[in-house]
Ligand binder design. Structure first.
Ligand code: SF4
Length: 599
């Protein structure tokens, strides 16, 4: 059932008061892909009365007061995406469209939605129950963080929102335990997965540099971030504390990830997989087209790409569902009246991390000094695509399923590292589970940029491309690889984009049309580099393209029909005279300078 969103629904249920009211920055989609919906349904299943207010009008009391006041707590989230990312493009312009808002117009989610909603509650309910922040926006802003939109280091969002508690990570277990403790009047201060504000720090806590220091000094910010980043494994993490103004932000260690049985339980809940009728009046929610007929097989990612926040939010440990649970969900999809036979995606943050994990990590926690996939796949990981093959095979056998598409990204290095199953997995995907094209994410071709991104070199990419072509030819199909590429990542110069342009046209034989501009989202290693202009591991100074024009230019270099250096600068709009002369030098026959002039 949908969580109630109106007083009429409360009356129909015979509920006079709710235990928990959730407030979200998206329209209410009841789906296992939507965090607030998972949290609400988990609480409902545990016996709590839960209601939801989606995208409240922040100028009046009408929406925020319509379900009354909860008996236990308010839960506030900005939605599935950080509100600044959802509302602004990578160049800072306001987005007009919104895939998570009914009607598709981006006019219902305020910037910094978590702060705005927490203030909205305080405005209309003076002495109210605890306000608990959660979701990706709160999670990634839980300690002092660099915010690119205001170009400064901000305090924890818990302080800025004047809220009481912050649940970070995926949250189900923490929220259920929190609700139980609040109901019984027990303390929550030691609860895993929780951040609180306290007058004193605890005795065993790792003290991070104070806010004032990290806001003023990039090297203190780096020290703080690495201390935070290295304490995110539930088996090894210390509790953290950071002085912010006159108070202490306390960051308790993370909750353990869900077991397979717990994952099955979460995904087996009674989701409507639809938009709540209250929001549906305003129109369709575009995101629903993709997620309604998609299946999530696992969560977590040990890829640790530096620009990605999944390691900090979902964790480095992958939790997979059982095959039986996934097949049951597929059968339920088949029974839906508007299912046309196509499962739009079977995957997770990285499709082919389903079904295996490092034994060492399970026993002792993720290595603090080693990466699972960088610079090469760790020998202890032992990739095994066997369970994925079995899952895909059995999905194909379900009557009514014409195709189960693997649309989530595939790590090509994992495929190549699985000597036993990798080629067979790719063969099956090529034959049955892509619809004309497969997306992979090399991001770049140049080693010095890939190092900044935490991604492997491009040698494996070419081997994978050749294997894909061979298997595609053997399958008698005409299919293509598409490549995610990133421009303006810290450490990437115009020269690097030229090299990527050459690599794309000569080695990959493609002309990229869609290129992602690097967005410095909170709490990633790449954002740390963007802010400090240093590689945090080597201490090396980095070139960071921060001007809007320079960033756009990097993108244009890649999508240009012809090479900038070989064919001239027309239309590419160098920003300064020095840069223009640098480009001209590069286009002449003279020996080129080694690097772009400094600004
Ligand atoms: S042993 Fe290797 S695969 Fe396992 S956690 Fe450490 S780095 Fe990752």
């Amino acid at each position: 059932m949908f969580l109630p969103a109106t007083p009429e629904e409360l009356r129909e249920l015979g509920w006079d008061r709710l235990d928990v009211i959730l407030v979200t920055g998206d329209s209410y989609l009841d789906s296992p892909f939507v965090g607030v919906s998972v949290i609400g349904q988990s609480l409902l299943k545990a016996g709590y009365r839960v209601g939801i207010i989606a995208q409240p009008d922040v100028n009046t009391a009408a929406d925020i007061t319509r379900l009354g006041e909860p008996a236990l707590f308010w839960g506030v989230t900005g939605g599935c995406i950080d509100s600044m990312v959802a509302n602004r493009t990578a160049s800072g312009k306001r987005r007009r469209g919104d895939d998570l808002t009914a009607g598709g117009i981006n006019h219902r989610r305020p910037d910094r939605a978590v702060i705005v909603y927490a203030n909205l509650i305080r405005r209309w309910f003076k002495e109210t129950k605890p306000i608990v922040l959660g979701g990706i926006e709160a999670s990634l802003r839980r300690i002092a963080h660099y915010d690119a939109w205001s170009n400064r280091v901000r305090r924890s969002i818990l302080i800025d929102a004047k809220a009481d508690l912050l649940v970070y990570g995926m949250g189900e277990k923490t929220v259920l335990e929190l609700a139980a403790r609040l109901k019984e009047g027990r303390t929550v201060s030691d609860l895993r997965g929780l951040c609180i504000i306290a007058a004193e720090k605890g005795p065993e806590m790792l003290e991070l540099p104070p806010y004032e220091e990290v806001a003023a000094d990039p090297s203190a910010f780096t020290k703080m971030f690495l201390g935070f980043y290295r304490n995110q494994d539930h088996l090894t993490a210390q509790a953290l504390c950071q002085r912010q103004d006159s108070r202490w932000l306390i960051h308790n260690p993370p909750m353990p990830p869900l077991s397979e049985a717990e994952m099955d339980e979460v995904h087996g809940m009674d989701f409507e997989k639809d938009v709540h009728p209250y929001d549906r009046r305003r129109g369709t929610v575009r995101a629903l087209e993709t997620i309604r007929f998609s299946i999530s097989t696992h969560r977590g990612c040990y890829g640790e790409c530096h620009f990605c926040a999944i390691a900090v939010h979902e964790g480095r440990a992958v939790s997979s569902r059982s095959e039986a649970s996934i097949l049951r969900e597929a059968e339920r999809l088949v029974s839906l009246p508007d299912f046309k036979g196509y499962i739009r995606d079977v995957g997770g943050p990285t499709a082919n991390m389903y079904g295996f994990e490092c034994r060492e990590k399970r026993l002792r926690g993720a290595c603090p000094d080693k990466r699972c996939l960088y610079p090469v796949v760790c020998a202890s990981l032992r990739p095994d695509h066997g369970r994925q093959r079995s899952l895909l095979r059995n999905l194909r056998r379900i009557p009514g399923v014409k195709q189960a598409i693997v649309a989530s990204g595939i790590r090509h290095d994992l495929v190549l590292a699985d000597r036993k199953q990798g080629i067979h997995y790719l063969g099956e995907v090529v034959r049955h589970h892509i619809s004309g094209q497969m997306k992979i994410a090399p991001e770049h071709s140049e080693d010095r940029v890939l190092t900044c991104m935490g991604k492997p070199g491009s040698g494996g990419l070419i081997a994978f491309r050749d294997l894909f072509r061979r298997l595609t030819t053997e399958a008698g199909k005409e299919q293509f690889l598409t490549y995610y590429l990133i421009a303006a990542h810290p450490g990437c110069t115009a020269e690097d984009m030229e090299a990527l342009h050459r690599f794309a046209s000569q080695e990959l034989t493609i002309r990229p049309e869609q290129v992602q501009l690097f967005t410095p989202t909170p709490s990633t290693i790449s954002t740390l580099m963007y802010h400090t202009k240093r590689d945090p591991f080597s201490g090396r100074t980095l070139f960071v393209e921060q001007t809007a024009a320079g960033r756009e230019r990097q993108k244009k270099i890649l999508v240009a029909k012809k090479s900038l250096l070989r064919y001239g600068i027309r239309g590419l709009n160098p920003v300064t005279k020095e840069e223009e002369s640098w480009v001209r030098t590069r286009t002449s026959k003279r020996k080129p300078r080694r690097s772009l002039p400094k600004r």
